[in-house]
Design a protein around this ligand. Structure first.
Ligand SMILES: *Cc1c(COP(=O)(O)O)cnc(C)c1O
Length: 583
């Protein structure tokens, strides 16, 4: 089925979108979430169109040496083989140059055949300079200048090209993180229709605001894109920079993309209830709500569990809420499906690393972007205690994975530390670090381990989604009470919390102590001593969390709360007051 552009009402902008396992247009959680959102929008038949960049050279493939030093090689791919080139092109002005761009189309087909088009913008057009042609090559590559140019292409180029592709009736522009915030500036220009940008008044900006939605994803201030005003002036010119100042986006000599998006949006949300609270305390002048993240259920459920759900809950793909009824699946069948998933993981680990994991041994999974705040090494805080537990409670294996951003020295150091620790506990615990952990590894790992571990530093985990993928495969979590786990943790029913010392922001020794205590006293004795009880927790994870932490529920909430609210004429009456446009 080909999409009908005239119907598209929501334009979803994201710097990264994970489309397929072998297409390297994403770096981690943000891109996977964007892809899952669009997959669910297609399943639900919601008229959404998406915009991102082509990333012709991809993110990168990770190589690890014996010591755990990461090196990177390009992850090239062939857009020509997977995407359809679109004819129209538009130009954006960057540093006084006219940069031409065009789009490639990828179609996401939902369960009932409804199609959501995704447009990946590309500047590799002969009339552009060599440098401009490279602007859509690297995801999160280059310097601040390169990055700002990319954000002009994404936000402003995206708004320009949509009508040329037939999408004339967009009522909501959704910014997935601040990278695309310049779309608001393009909408102002579009509304003024040739009048000078600086003539925009409050009512013009009010109209723009009623069309914009913003999802913020990080509670870490350093995670918010900022550009020095000198750089902004050189890329966007004096007039557009002045307009951004008027729009309240420039503070302390920098353009802050988060502030621009906050100021330009009618509906703003964080990605978990706790993250909403944290974001409100960071930006108290804005009405920030929260819609908790989810994952695309059919994508992240491994084969053995897909077959199990197909036989017991045939409608789960159409309506993920039915996963609630997993509570009636016999425990023996849950265990059987899990055994198959675990076998598949063990086989692939052996093939790819030469390491032989044991089927009967409790296996912990811990893989995600290697960023320092994720603290993948917390479990090794007291190695002797960990070894003692492994020896006395029945055995332990751990599978790690994750890439560090090429410029993130702290993240790279974290990988080295984990690999170092793994070697140091070798006599008691098998610990493996998977090279180049990505979407191709992920479903095997999320379904094949017995316990998912997440140990971020509070309150920096906005949501986290890997534990949700584990839950869909009947894998309980043991995690820090942050992000989604604050909502998803029912102790002993869906998994276990790692306790934090009340009132203290961070007490690593205390948190590690709680982790060991839970493993030693509760989890390992249950796993080895009472397999039925453990399988009941596995089943609880599916029924309670799989049925809720999916993008079908999440997209339905965006639909009800953010995307089409304006049309219902309820916005002014129900929403909290929005902040003034200019000082
Ligand atoms: C889900 C996923 C992530 C994100 O995991 P978080 O727990 O949200 O950090 C990263 N990489 C891959 C390959 C994933 O599948």
């Amino acid at each position: 089925m080909t999409p009908e552009p005239r119907r598209s009402r929501v334009a979803y902008f994201s710097m990264e979108i994970a489309l397929e396992p072998t297409v390297p247009t994403y770096s981690g959680g943000l891109g996977i979430l964007a892809g899952d959102t669009l997959r669910s929008a297609a399943d639900l038949g919601i008229p959404v169109v998406a915009v991102s960049l082509l990333h012709r050279k991809g993110y990168f493939r990770q190589l690890l040496d014996q010591q755990g030093n990461q090196s990177e090689r390009p992850a090239a791919w062939s857009p020509e083989q997977l995407l359809e080139p679109m004819r129209p092109s538009v130009a954006v002005t960057i540093a006084g140059r006219q940069v031409r761009l065009r789009a490639w189309r990828y179609l996401i087909q939902g369960v009932t055949g409804y199609v959501v088009p995704v447009y990946l913008l590309d500047t590799a057009i002969p009339e552009n300079t060599a440098f401009d042609q490279s602007l859509t090559d690297h995801l999160y590559g280059g310097d601040a200048y390169y990055r700002l140019c990319q954000e002009v292409i994404l936000g402003m180029g995206g708004v320009e090209i949509l009508p040329r592709l037939g999408h004339h009736h967009i009522s909501s522009y959704h910014m997935n993180e601040g990278h695309s915030a310049l779309l608001s500036l393009a909408l102002v220009a579009q509304r003024l229709g040739g009048r000078p940008l600086l003539s925009a008044n409050e009512s013009d900006l009010g109209v723009i605001r009623h069309r914009c939605v913003f999802t913020t994803h990080t509670p870490v201030p350093a995670g918010h894109d900022q550009f020095p005003l000198d750089l902004v002036r050189s890329v966007l010119g004096v007039e557009r920079t002045r307009a951004l100042e008027q729009m309240g986006a420039c503070l302390g000599g920098v353009l802050n993309m988060t502030h621009l998006a906050l100021h330009a949006s009618r509906y703003i949300n964080g990605v978990a209830m706790r993250h909403g609270e944290v974001s409100r305390s960071m930006f108290p002048q804005y009405p920030i709500r929260a819609i908790s993240n989810g994952v695309h259920a059919a994508t992240w459920t491994a084969g053995p569990f897909q077959r199990l759900y197909d036989s017991h809950i045939p409608e789960w793909r159409m309506d993920n809420l039915y996963l609630r009824y997993a509570i009636g699946i016999p425990l023996a069948e849950i265990r059987q499906a899990h055994m198959q998933a675990k076998e598949a993981l063990i086989k692939e680990v052996l093939r790819r690393t030469g390491r032989k994991l044991e089927q009967g041994v409790m296996t912990i999974g811990c893989a995600r972007r290697a960023a320092t705040y994720k603290r993948a090494d917390l479990i090794f805080r007291n190695r002797d205690r960990l070894k003692w537990i492994a020896r006395n409670a029945g055995g332990l294996q751990i599978v790690f994975g994750g890439k560090a951003h090429p410029q993130d020295q702290g993240g790279k150091e974290l990988i080295r530390r984990v690999i170092d620790h793994a070697r140091a506990v070798e006599d008691a615990i098998q610990a493996v670090y998977l090279e180049d952990f990505d979407w191709q590894w992920a479903p095997l790992l999320y379904s094949g381990v017995d316990l998912w571990l997440n140990t971020p530093k509070r309150p920096q985990e906005a949501s986290g989604t890997s534990g949700m993928k584990a839950a869909l495969n009947g894998v309980p979590s043991l995690s820090i009470m942050d992000g989604w786990w604050v909502e998803g943790c029912l102790e002993g029913t869906t998994g276990w919390p790692i306790a934090d010392r009340p009132g203290s922001a961070e007490d690593e020794a205390y948190e590690a102590g709680s982790l060991y205590h839970k493993l030693e006293r509760t989890i390992l004795p249950m796993f080895y001593g009472d397999p039925d009880a453990y399988a009941r927790v596995m089943r609880g994870a599916i029924a309670v969390n799989g049925s809720f932490f999916n993008t079908q529920r999440m997209v339905s909430q965006y639909l009800a709360n953010a995307w089409f609210r304006e049309e219902e004429g309820e916005v002014a009456a129900k929403d909290p007051p929005v902040p003034a446009i200019s000082p």
